[in-house]
Design a binder for this molecule. Structure first.
Ligand SMILES: CC(C)(COP(=O)(O)OP(=O)(O)OC[C@H]1O[C@@H](n2cnc3c(N)ncnc32)[C@H](O)[C@@H]1OP(=O)(O)O)[C@@H](O)C(=O)NCCC(=O)NCCS
Length: 227
């Protein structure tokens, strides 16, 4: 009698390309998965409601979090993205007191192909301090390292110069202009700049001199704790 091992199951790229809930520690800023836990903190719900009311966010990145009920539904949907491994949405928080600074969200456009898209916003009081840049860099590195992302895209309205700066600072090279490609908060279609970073692109130079990969070697704190 002879025994033969069953043939290995064919690899499903979706298994490798699953976003796993992770807190990224940038030292003074924590990137925490959005979800039900945030719903337990009134300050987080208030922050989401304030974000939706901000004119720049309402124009370039409208948020369906106008009131408490909407904010709770939005958090449920972020949790759903994490549960399916299809979306990775992080709140950027001050490490000392957990104050909400902003948000970075990554989602698969074509999971089998390793193509994802990233977006971000910061609350007005947090702007101009490099929060969006640092958070987007960290999430980008994490996606390449842990979720086998092959290519990540950013698209922003051509008039949104701050977003263009963030994209370039994060190593997302400009690839061209998409004409009338997206309906923004002013109910008008705008041209967008497309930027993208490949997993094989070099890590961008870091103007702050801080570690560019996720995690903070200086504090030695765990940076990839899965829930
Ligand atoms: C775009 C946004 C996320 C930037 O957040 P932030 O935390 O201020 O970003 P950072 O501090 O990391 O970097 C801001 C960059 O934009 C530049 N910038 C800021 N305001 C600007 C403006 N009005 N015009 C041109 N550049 C501007 C800053 O100089 C900086 O670039 P630099 O590092 O090359 O000097 C924030 O303005 C925002 O939330 N806007 C509304 C929502 C939005 O546009 N989301 C992106 C949709 S694609």
């Amino acid at each position: 009698m002879s025994f033969s091992a069953p043939p290995p199951a064919p690899e499903n790229p979706a298994d490798r390309r699953t976003f796993v809930r992770t807190t990224l520690d940038l030292g003074d800023v924590l990137l925490q998965p959005w979800g039900r836990e945030a719903a337990e903190r009134d300050t987080m719900l208030e922050g989401l409601i304030a974000a939706a009311a901000d004119p720049l966010i309402a124009l370039w990145n409208p948020l369906a979090t106008a009131d408490r009920g909407d904010a709770l539904a939005w958090l449920e949907s972020r949790d759903g993205g994490w549960d399916r491994g299809a979306g990775a949405s992080f709140a950027a928080l001050t490490a000392t007191d957990g104050a909400l600074l902003g948000s970075v969200t990554l989602r698969w456009v074509d999971r089998a192909d390793g193509l994802a898209m990233i977006g971000y916003w910061t609350l007005p009081a947090a702007r101009g301090r490099g929060v969006a840049t640092r958070a987007t860099r960290a999430v980008t590195s994490w996606a390449f390292r842990t979720a086998d992302a092959r290519r990540i895209e950013i698209a922003h309205a051509v008039d949104n110069e701050a977003s263009c700066h963030v994209a370039r600072r994060c190593g997302y090279r400009p690839e061209g202009t998409l004409r009338d490609s997206h309906l923004f908060g002013d109910r008008a279609y705008h041209d967008e700049h497309l930027h993208a970073r490949l997993a094989t692109d070099p890590e961008p130079a870091d103007p702050t001199g801080e570690p560019t990969a996720y995690g903070n070697p200086a504090t030695g704190r765990a940076s990839g704790t899965s829930r």
